[in-house]
Design a protein around this ligand. Structure first.
Ligand code: ATP
Ligand code: MG
Length: 201
């Protein structure tokens, strides 16, 4: 047998073994339930991922809701598109918190949006709920961590929830089913390039 044939055989055997293992895992995975996902980390792509999942669910005819913390007054491409596809939005429409420097007003705005999100998290008509940039609300103390954990833990069994934002609290990470951390390798902004409509918002 030639060296190449040997290599091919070994490759085939390895692939077969991997396939058997994956098949066994797929077979064993019997649980059906809504998922809790977190997309965190310092790289770009967290909200994009969250909204991508909402688009995926909408494409299957599922009912979705989005809570948007922080980026209230900005024009938002995802919102422009998805609202016309029946996605409900709860938006903290007060602009950037660090612009106002008014903790009481920011807390009230965050609480008002959170109240709408909590309603979605108790309504089984929603298949997927995205809580975009929620991590910061917990970090700044605008929304109580225990309340977030309770609302997510007690949501309808088949409902999926996605939380995005940097520095996800470890207690949230602990109860999540899937956690991805987006790592910053480089970002255009660091080279002085302005954020672009359609790419950044
Ligand atoms: P996106 O909405 O593009 O998926 P994101 O949700 O991962 O980004 P955020 O921290 O919410 O990141 O920031 C949103 C905005 O900040 C976007 O315009 C994005 O391009 C920009 N941004 C994200 N990561 C970085 C970074 N590491 N350096 C500079 N700007 C960033
Ligand atoms: Mg984001």
């Amino acid at each position: 047998m030639t060296e190449q044939n040997n290599k091919d055989e070994r490759h085939k055997a390895r692939q077969q073994k991997i396939k058997q293992e994956v098949d066994a895992r797929v077979e064993a995975a019997q649980d059906e339930k809504g998922l809790f996902l977190i997309i965190t980390g310092n790289g770009k792509g967290k909200s994009t991922s969250g909204f991508g999942t909402i688009a995926r669910a909408v494409g299957h005819g599922q009912k979705c809701g989005v809570g948007q913390f922080i980026k209230g007054t900005w024009d938002c491409g995802e919102r422009n598109l998805l609202e016309s596809h029946g996605v409900d939005f709860a938006v903290m429409a007060t602009g950037f918190t660090w612009e106002t420097q008014n903790k009481a007003a920011d807390t009230a705005a965050a609480q008002a949006t959170w109240a709408e999100c909590k309603r979605m998290l108790t309504d089984e008509r929603y298949d997927v709920v995205l809580l975009d940039e929620l991590t910061y609300m917990v970090t700044y103390g605008y929304i109580d961590l225990e309340e977030v954990i309770e609302a997510i833990a007690n949501r309808p069994a088949m409902q999926s929830v996605i939380v995005t934002g940097r520095g996800a609290h470890r207690s949230l990470v602990e109860i999540a089913d899937t956690v991805s951390e987006v790592r910053n390798v480089k970002h255009a902004f660091e080279s002085g390039i302005k954020a672009r409509q359609g790419v950044d918002w």
